[in-house]
Design a protein around this ligand. Structure first.
Ligand code: ATP
Length: 141
């Protein structure tokens, strides 16, 4: 399924990089972070950027997240916040929910609660770079 509108929750290094790239590719992105500074930094880049605690169901409802095709949860360190936000996005009806996991166990929990895709940024990037090192022509692995 191809998504057109994305909500990215957590604008740390991973979330902000992903959100910026989606904008570059021409998609609409709502960014959410509880940290004012992170939101401030991205407010000129994204379609909308909002300071909010993503574990608050009412906040997610009022932001209309159910209308987004894809939600990316880019919260890693706070596993509880990652899990709660994942469940809320699924229950609110976001069609595709993707979440970052810091550990394999965190990823297993996310899968059990119905996440559509788990991303392990460091692990996945290590694999990607290894492939690029042995096949330099393989630009897009
Ligand atoms: P990265 O490696 O992507 O920089 P990080 O390890 O520095 O991430 P994380 O703990 O993964 O930091 O959090 C990423 C972002 O998610 C932070 O900007 C943080 O403020 C935000 N965040 C954490 N919990 C919540 C929450 N409940 N609601 C909204 N944003 C949150």
């Amino acid at each position: 399924m191809k998504s057109n509108q994305f909500v990215v929750i957590g604008l740390g290094r991973f979330g902000s990089s992903l959100a910026r790239e989606l904008i570059q590719l021409g998609y609409e992105v709502l960014g959410v972070d509880k940290d004012e500074e992170s939101v401030q930094e991205m407010s000129q880049v994204l379609t909308h950027a909002v300071i909010a605690d993503a574990t608050d169901e009412e906040v997610l409802r009022s932001l209309g997240v159910r209308n987004f095709d894809c939600g990316v949860i880019a919260i890693g360190d706070d596993i509880q916040a990652s899990i709660l936000t994942t469940i809320l996005l699924k229950d609110l009806g976001v069609k595709q929910v993707v979440a970052k996991a810091m550990t394999e166990l965190h990823g297993r929990v996310l899968e059990k609660i119905g996440v559509d895709r788990v991303i392990y940024p460091e692990r996945d990037m290590g694999i990607r770079v290894a492939h690029q090192l042995v096949s330099p022509n393989l630009l897009d692995y």
